[in-house]
Design a protein around this ligand. Sequence first.
Ligand code: HEC
Length: 156
Amino acid sequence: MKKILITLGIVSVIAAGCQNRPSPPPEAEIKKGYLIYQNNCSMCHWETVSPEQIKDIRKMVKEGKKPPFKAPPMSEVSARVKKFYPSEREFVNFVKDYITNPSKDKGVCLPMAYKIFGVMPPVGKNMSEDSKEAVAKWLYYRFKMSWEEFMEKHPH
Ligand code: HEC
C-alpha cells in the first residue's frame, strides 16, 4: 500500500510539472519563419549587429552618412517590441498587423528609427497568414535579450 501511495505521489508531481511547463517553441514553424525572414525581411533588417558595429554606425549617422542597412536589426526590433508586447500572443499579433499596416502611430521603435529610415513599407500585404505567423514567431524566439540588456550591450 505504502509503495502504491509513493508511486501515486510521484506520478502526480510529474503530471503537475507537465501542466505548469509553458509549451515549447514550435520548431518547424520557427525554421519556416527564418526562411521567410531571409526572403522577405533580410534586404532591410540585418539579423543581428555587434556592439562594435553599432558604435561605428552611430558615428556614421552622426556625420550625416547613411547606415549600411535600411532598417533596425532584428535583434533590436525583437527586444524593443517585447518591451511593449511581452507575451508570445501579443507580440505575434502586433508584428503581423504592423508588417501589413505599418504606421508611425502604431510603431514602438525609437523616434530615431523613423527619422533615419522612414516608416516600413507594408511587405505583409502580399504574404499568407501562415507566413506572417511563422516569421513573427521566429522573431519572438530567435532573440533572448530584454530591451534593457540590449541597450546596455549596444548603447546608442
Ligand atoms: C523595405 C525595407 C523593409 C523590409 C523589406 C522589412 N522592413 Fe521591417 N522595418 C523597416 C523600417 C524602415 C522599420 C523602422 C520604422 C518602422 O518601424 O516603421 C521597420 C520596423 C519593423 C518592426 C518594428 C515596428 C515598430 O515600429 O514597432 C518590425 C516588427 C518589423 N519591421 C518587421 C519586419 C518583418 C517581419 C519583415 C519581413 C516580413 C520586415 N520587417 C521587412 C523596413 C523594412
